[in-house]
Write a protein that binds this ligand. Structure first.
Ligand SMILES: Nc1ncnc2c1ncn2[C@@H]1O[C@H](COP(=O)(O)OP(=O)(O)O)[C@@H](O)[C@H]1O
Ligand SMILES: [Mg+2]
Length: 270
């Protein structure tokens, strides 16, 4: 049965979608069967993988609102082993439509349970809020992965998110774990970035990933080409960073995994 990982942070522009696409693609290249679920009405994850979101019939919205069988909303991508259930702008209305439903926080979980056996990892790209859609994602998830931009006030946002996670654990999903914090968009030229890295590492020792995602132009160009960075610029630092993150993720998740875990030495890369 696949593990469900929600990628969440209530702040926009911190690297959630980038992490969903590129961690997902890297795991897929490492021969894991991966399903991405785009749970953001902005649908950046879907369009970044070449889905025409303006002419889309079956999306996560249809699954959550109309009860469409999720197998009918799964689209394959150019990356082998990487599938996606895309989002749709209509998802904006979903929060309002499900507000009066019974067990309204469990709707996405019901959808995912139907396809869970077909994948090793199911990665949910959350929207930048802690509203009902994100609560659905956290209720459906086995763990939550938190991208954190290395900037001032990052830790304040993190503590708010951790509060929400605690509430979800108490009331909706007692099994929810924190997969880890991934430091994203690190710019080694900025002194502030280094200060934030140290602060986060000191505060969240147990679960901050050793691998740091550096700012890299290939990462931001790849969505325009509608592919993950690995398919756009395989030798780029961005590709290397995400492959390394995927290996670290696997070494944490799969006991006896053949993937080596020699991340520490390279953690803050030259
Ligand atoms: N490591 C990186 N290097 C360069 N650009 C990045 C990197 N990570 C994200 N970006 C860019 O920053 C913007 C916001 O990232 P995104 O993943 O969409 O954030 P979120 O999903 O949290 O809103 C996007 O334009 C994306 O291409
Ligand atoms: Mg996003």
């Amino acid at each position: 049965m696949g593990k469900v990982v929600a990628i969440a942070n209530q702040k926009g522009g911190v690297g959630k979608t980038t992490t969903a696409i590129n961690l997902g693609a890297s795991l897929a290249i490492l021969e894991k069967r991966v399903l991405l679920i785009d749970a953001d009405p902005q649908a950046n994850c879907s369009s970044g993988l070449g889905i025409d979101v303006h002419h889309l019939e079956n999306s996560i919205y249809s699954c959550m609102i109309s009860g469409l069988d999720p197998s009918k909303a799964i689209h394959s991508t150019d990356t082998p082993n990487l599938d996606i259930i895309p989002s749709h702008i209509d998802l904006v209305g979903a929060e309002i439509e499900i507000v009066s439903r019974l067990r309204r926080e469990y709707i996405l979980k019901g959808v995912i349970d139907k396809v869970k056996d077909d994948y090793d990892y199911i990665i949910i790209d959350c929207m930048p809020s802690l509203g009902l859609l994100t609560l659905n994602a956290l209720t459906a998830a086995d763990s939550v992965l938190i991208p954190l931009q290395t900037e001032i006030f990052a830790l304040e946002g993190l503590s708010k998110l951790k509060n929400t996670i605690r509430l979800v654990q108490e009331q909706l999903n007692p099994d929810l774990k924190i997969e880890g914090v991934v430091l994203s968009m690190f710019d080694r030229r900025l002194r502030l970035g280094k200060i934030v890295v140290k602060e986060v590492q000191d505060n969240s020792k147990d679960y901050v990933f050793d691998t740091i995602i550096h700012r890299n132009s290939k990462i931001s160009e790849a969505p325009n080409m509608q592919v993950p960075v690995l398919l756009y610029a395989i030798t780029s630092k961005g590709s290397r960073n995400f492959l390394k993150l995927a290996k670290e993720f696997l070494s944490r998740n799969e006991e006896g995994s053949v993937v080596s875990n020699d991340n520490k030495s390279e953690a803050v890369e030259k």
